[in-house]
Design a protein around this ligand. Structure first.
Ligand SMILES: Cc1ncc(COP(=O)(O)O)c(C=O)c1O
Length: 395
């Protein structure tokens, strides 16, 4: 339909792309809360099952509300195809497991969300797929790690929780020279600030649970890539094993996408304002924000991202004790392990998202016991800054 045409800007696509109207001409996207479909005849049923005729068959792998969400995401990302999943972890696991078999090898950056690291190090290993974890900033380490059995390279950028930024185009080239594919977890950048496919990646994954819903309601995930990538590595896995998104959750995500650009813009302004207000604070030993000129990879941020981030991280003095005193003194901002919400949230990675790692592994990644991740919400920035500064006084 015309609303999906390529010349429309992202904000417009977020509202219109992928909309399928039923015979009733509804304004808001319809929620097709159905497991299956009835056919006008047995012949039609046979034709749809064999794929000779298009049409919906079963909601484990096709549903009009899922199609709308997937097409809107594909239009936003500039991808040929997309598949939705029940969670972000289902998207990461499907995208990786769909590419490998026993004897294959995966290379990933060490700085990963805890569950992604578990899938690569532990879960893939149980099926005979080996892995090498590298310092994502070190292009030489990526190059050294790839070998002839390497099928996939994986990174998230900016990383969780230290907000390191990796060079997607350079790592995609290393992957392609080795005959492998690059998968990028784009959760922290959002589809608005970074387009990994345009930079050379083969696949992008999201936890839609984060900014895409953005209002703390439902979990979901998306996998995007070329038609060939999705058909070769994703489609059958979802169809046969069923890590599928509920139509209800897809509908919530669709409505979330409509407001994504205004939310992410405000959240980024708030994160930038908080970073500026905390800069040089005597109770902090470190402040990381990708939108700042002093970010260690500021040159890569400039090259591949349209703006900073809705998150910043900082190290509170006094280690875990200092961080806990700070967290417990917050009155407005909630302690959680989630991010990308309308409500501002803080996370203590050492005791939550990254608690599985050893202290040495965390130290290697720069995750100190005093590190706190702040996810900016939609509140007035002065209220957020007041809450943070008052809580720092308690440290
Ligand atoms: C970078 C990153 N990738 C993947 C996930 C997993 O997403 P979900 O919780 O939707 O499974 C998360 C957060 O949980 C995350 O922060």
């Amino acid at each position: 339909m015309s609303a999906t045409k390529k010349t429309y800007r992202p904000e417009t696509r977020l509202v219109h792309a992928g909309t399928l109207r039923s015979q009733f001409g509804e304004t808001s996207e319809a929620l097709f809360l159905t497991q299956g479909y009835v056919y006008p005849s047995a012949e039609e049923c046979e034709a749809r099952f064999s794929g000779k005729k298009p049409g919906y068959v079963y909601s484990r792998y096709s549903n009009p509300t899922l199609t709308m969400f997937e097409q809107r995401m594909a239009a936003l990302e500039g991808a040929e195809a997309a598949r939705s999943t029940a969670t972000g972890m289902a998207a990461v696991t499907t995208a990786l497991m769909g590419q490998v078999k026993a004897g294959d090898h995966v290379v990933a950056a060490k700085a990963l969300f805890g569950s992604c690291r578990w899938v690569i190090e532990e879960w893939l290993g149980r099926f005979g797929v080996t892995s090498t974890l590298v310092d994502g900033k070190d292009l030489g380490a990526w190059k050294k790690a790839v070998r002839k059995e390497t099928k996939a390279l994986f990174m998230e950028t900016p990383t969780n929780p230290t907000l390191e930024v990796y060079d997607i185009a350079a790592v995609a080239e290393i992957a392609h020279n080795a005959g492998a594919k690059l998968v990028v977890d784009n959760v922290f950048a959002t589809p608005l600030y970074q387009s990994p496919l345009a930079l050379g990646a083969d696949c992008v994954v999201y936890s839609a649970t984060k900014h895409i819903d953005g209002q703390g309601r439902v979990l979901g995930g998306v996998i995007l890539g070329s038609e060939k990538f999705i058909m070769d590595h994703v489609h059958q896995i979802i169809r046969q094993t069923g890590p599928s998104l509920s139509p209800f959750n897809a509908w919530v995500m669709l409505k979330g996408l409509e407001t994504l650009s205004v939310r992410v813009q405000r959240q980024t302004e708030n994160a930038a304002a908080v970073s500026a207000a905390l800069d040089g604070h005597k109770k902090l030993s470190r402040l990381i924000y990708p939108g700042r000129a002093d970010h260690p990879q500021a040159d890569i941020v400039k090259k591949q991202m349209k703006a900073g981030s809705t998150l910043c991280s900082f190290e509170v003095t006094g280690g875990k004790e200092g961080a806990f005193r700070f967290l417990d003194a917050l009155r407005l901002i909630g302690i959680t392990n989630n991010l990308g919400d309308a409500k501002s949230l803080v996370t203590h990675p050492t005791t939550t998202t990254h608690q599985r790692l050893t202290p040495e592994q965390r130290a290697e990644l720069g995750i100190g016991d005093g590190l706190v991740r702040f996810s900016a919400g939609l509140e007035h920035q002065d209220d957020l800054i007041e809450d943070l500064l008052t809580a720092l006084d308690a440290v």
